[in-house]
Design a protein around this ligand. Structure first.
Ligand code: AHM
Ligand code: MG
Length: 337
């Protein structure tokens, strides 16, 4: 087998990087193992219904749980034992998860969305795990606090996602390009399949839940109209694609070029700042898109420059090909005047 595995890639590619420590590699390996377990369960998801195992207890006598809870539990269990973290934060947990006192601690902080798009699972639609890694800034050997976790996206040391789709993929960056790996199930390894991904400067796809048009402000409506009209830089409408799994919509647009929009739904009292979370969704994807030559903004400022004030804060998100994101920002600026 001559293909490059993730660990090999990390070691080769990051030789001069501070990330080339055994500790970072072992953290990533632990994350990969958790993702392989989640992938296995996601692949079995259809069988659960077919075989009628949806009762409280499955044939092994284990309780059948929702897959997003399962993914969350696996990630927490494995990662708190990795010996390199001082804190974990998950989309599914209200507060920062401390590393138990009897476990070895490190200075990395891991934030994740365990199963993004999980409402799509029963329809066999792609879902994924999104992750973001920081280093603790304070020197204290004590447990990390919320203040340690609330760092801006630009301070991430690595980010990525696992996509459970037609194949299982891992896409990650440590700030030296974006690299994609595809799982070869016959050997159980992620093999380098998409080295140094660059996203096109201008895309041909826009992805938004247009049903919320009624809730949008004029700037958002004008931005979406731009992508639908013939009066844009392409001289023809973009294609509209929306899966409803951020990680899958992002992955497709990363490869083909395009823009994903989840604006503030101004008129919807439930989503005045949109739906997506800064820390576990927007920041890691913004880190990746910038590394791939694209851009991410909340309409005004770069996502990576936003100082977080709470763990689960929501943020409007416009992310993708640089020229398309710039166009949205230009329209927003015009409307602010
Ligand atoms: P989730 O984290 O509860 O799965 O919600 C986030 C998901 C994203 O994956 C997706 O982009 C978005 O919700 C879709 O929301 P909507 O149905 O409002 O378009
Ligand atoms: Mg999500």
């Amino acid at each position: 087998m001559r293909q490059v595995t993730v660990t090999e890639h990390l070691l080769l590619h990051q030789k001069e990087s501070p990330m080339a420590t055994g500790r970072f590699t072992s953290m990533l390996n632990e994350l990969i193992l958790a993702a392989k377990i989640i992938s296995r369960e996601v692949n079995k998801a259809g069988l659960v219904d077919v075989l009628g195992l949806t009762g409280e207890v499955n044939v092994q006598g284990e309780a059948v749980r929702k897959l997003d809870d399962y993914a969350n539990d696996i990630l927490i269990y494995r990662m708190e034992r990795a010996g390199v973290l001082c804190a974990i934060a998950s989309e599914e947990n209200a507060d920062v998860i401390e590393i138990p006192e009897n476990m070895p601690q490190g200075d990395y902080i891991l934030i994740f969305d365990p199963l993004d798009g999980s409402s799509n699972i029963d329809a066999n639609v792609n879902v994924g795990t999104i992750f973001s890694i920081y280093r603790r800034k304070s020197n204290c050997k004590c447990g990390a606090t919320l203040a340690d976790v609330l760092q801006k996206g630009a301070d991430q040391v690595a980010a990525g996602y696992f996509l459970y789709g037609t194949s299982t993929m891992m896409v990650y960056s440590t700030g030296r390009g974006v690299h994609g790996f595809t799982m070869d199930p016959s050997v159980g390894e992620f093999l380098l399949s998409h080295p140094d991904i660059k996203t096109p400067g201008t895309g041909k796809i826009y992805s938004v839940n247009e049903a919320y048009w009624i809730y949008w402000d004029e700037a958002t409506r004008e931005a979406v109209s731009y992508f639908k009209s013939t009066d844009n830089s392409r001289g023809k409408p973009y294609s509209q694609r929306y899966i409803g799994s951020l990680v899958a919509d992002f992955h497709r647009n990363l490869l083909y070029g395009g823009i994903f929009l989840y604006p503030a739904d101004m008129q919807d009292p439930k989503k005045p700042r949109g739906k997506l979370r800064l820390m576990c969704e927007a920041n890691p994807l913004a880190f990746l898109i910038e590394q791939a030559g694209g851009k991410a903004t909340d309409g005004e400022i770069d996502i990576l420059q936003i100082e977080p004030s709470e763990l689960h804060q929501r943020v409007p998100l416009f992310i993708g090909s640089r020229n398309d994101v710039d166009k949205v920002m230009e329209i927003y600026r015009k409307h602010k005047k």
